[in-house]
Design a protein around this ligand. Structure first.
Ligand SMILES: Cc1ncc(COP(=O)(O)O)c(C=O)c1O
Length: 393
């Protein structure tokens, strides 16, 4: 089906499906495969020359993998996609595909912590130097670019502190100096942010989160502009990564409902964020759609929506009060991996992680994932939780 002319909500319903090739069945079947057979020597030799172009070996993907990849790239609007076994694998493959000893990398100070750990450990051992920068730097990034800067890494918004970054300004400076721009756009998904159209060369998604959407699988994906895709694909395969076909099937099924789920996550998160902003226990709310969030104007310019993850900073409270609040919540269990249908909460300490910018708040940061529950029930649970902050001895 020629899909290029369709809008996103139509694309997510149809991209990647080929019922005629699958006995009329709508969803692509799950192909479990390691060995792929070739009937003739010519076929075998052709597959050897062209091993990534079709189904040649389980590790290089199956028709289920390709269906998911095709759908994701269609939604991103350009480029080609590669599925990987986790979001972190998508990040590390992207970094390893382009960086070599002697290169310099710029990473937003707000980036997902395991990305920083990879840079400070493996990349450092390989001779790549990382400098962290203020996520609100915008065009000022130019001053940090060195002759050996090969890549600028953005995560907009940071998935803990929610600063929105000026991707077009960063891309203009990076490209002017011959550096690539990589964006972790897990929070927005391709539905709410077209990272490649804004100037990123490569976008990574933790499919584990909203795209899969049901808290039951680990997967990542890279979508790269055509000229960068070969480096991504070969690096992923040289490292031996293969996304499991069952997971590709579930991720594609999740993608089909992404649009309706995201709008409900957005609505619920905004209800909670606005309610929390009025509470005396709350110092500030970090939500890109609220006017005082750093980069709010950029969010309005570049994004088409806000998803369900945001943070609040509480006024300083004793640890016992915080424990009483968090442990008594019924609809906000504590857990790391967000993007499922359920609400979550997580206490975090950004000050301990940052190096380029200072985190001045002394009260605890609570990252909240607004799930798909009834928002009145969520508010009642948080209200009772905030009341426990004071009552604990
Ligand atoms: C912004 C962001 N990027 C990447 C990842 C990594 O994804 P995964 O858990 O699938 O490795 C996460 C996970 O929390 C994340 O929050």
């Amino acid at each position: 089906m020629a899909l290029k002319s369709y809008r996103d909500d139509t694309l997510i319903c149809h991209a990647g499906n080929s019922p005629r090739a699958n006995h009329g069945v709508i969803n692509p079947p799950v192909y479990h495969a390691s060995t792929v057979l070739f009937p003739t020597l010519a076929d075998l030799e052709s597959a050897e020359r062209n091993r990534y172009a079709k189904t040649t070996y389980g590790q290089f993907g199956t028709p289920t993998t390709f269906a998911f990849e095709e759908a994701l790239a269609a939604l991103e609007g350009q480029g080609k996609a590669m599925a990987l076994p986790s979001g972190l694998a998508a990040i590390t493959v992207t970094l390893l595909a382009f960086l070599k000893a002697g290169d310099h990398l710029l990473v937003a100070d707000s980036a997902y912590q395991p990305t920083r750990i990879f840079c400070g450990d493996l990349l450092m051992r390989l001779g790549v130097e990382t400098t962290y920068y203020d996520p609100c730097i915008g065009a000022g990034i130019g001053a940090l670019i060195r002759p050996n800067t090969r890549m600028v890494y953005v995560e907009s918004p940071g998935s803990l502190t929610f600063e929105i970054q000026d991707i077009p300004a960063i891309a203009a400076a990076a490209h002017g100096a011959g550096a690539l721009v990589v964006a972790d756009s897990t929070w927005a998904t391709p539905l709410f942010l077209k990272s490649l159209a804004l100037g990123a060369d490569i976008v990574v998604h933790a499919v584990t989160k909203y795209i899969a959407g049901h808290s039951d699988l680990m997967m990542g994906a890279i979508v790269a502009k055509d000229e960068h895709f070969h480096a991504i694909k070969t690096t992923g395969h040289r490292l031996g990564f293969a996304a499991a076909p069952d997971d590709c099937y579930l991720a594609l099924r999740g993608l089909r409902t992404l649009s309706v789920r995201l709008r409900r996550h957005e609505e619920n998160a905004l209800r909670l964020a606005r309610w929390l902003a009025e509470r005396p226990e709350v110092e500030r709310v970090l939500h890109p759609a609220l006017p005082d969030c750093p980069g709010h104007d950029l969010w309005r310019r570049d994004f088409t929506g806000a998803t369900g993850l945001f943070s609040i900073v509480l006024k300083p409270v004793p640890q016992a009060g915080l424990a009483a609040m968090l442990e008594g919540l019924r609809l906000f269990p504590m857990g790391w991996s967000w993007g499922g249908y359920e609400s979550l909460i997580l206490p975090e300490k950004p000050a301990a992680v940052r190096t380029a910018t200072r985190w001045a708040d002394t009260g605890p940061l609570l990252r909240i994932h607004a799930g798909l529950e009834d928002p009145d029930d969520l508010i009642a649970d948080l209200e009772a939780g905030l009341a426990r902050l004071e009552t604990a001895d």
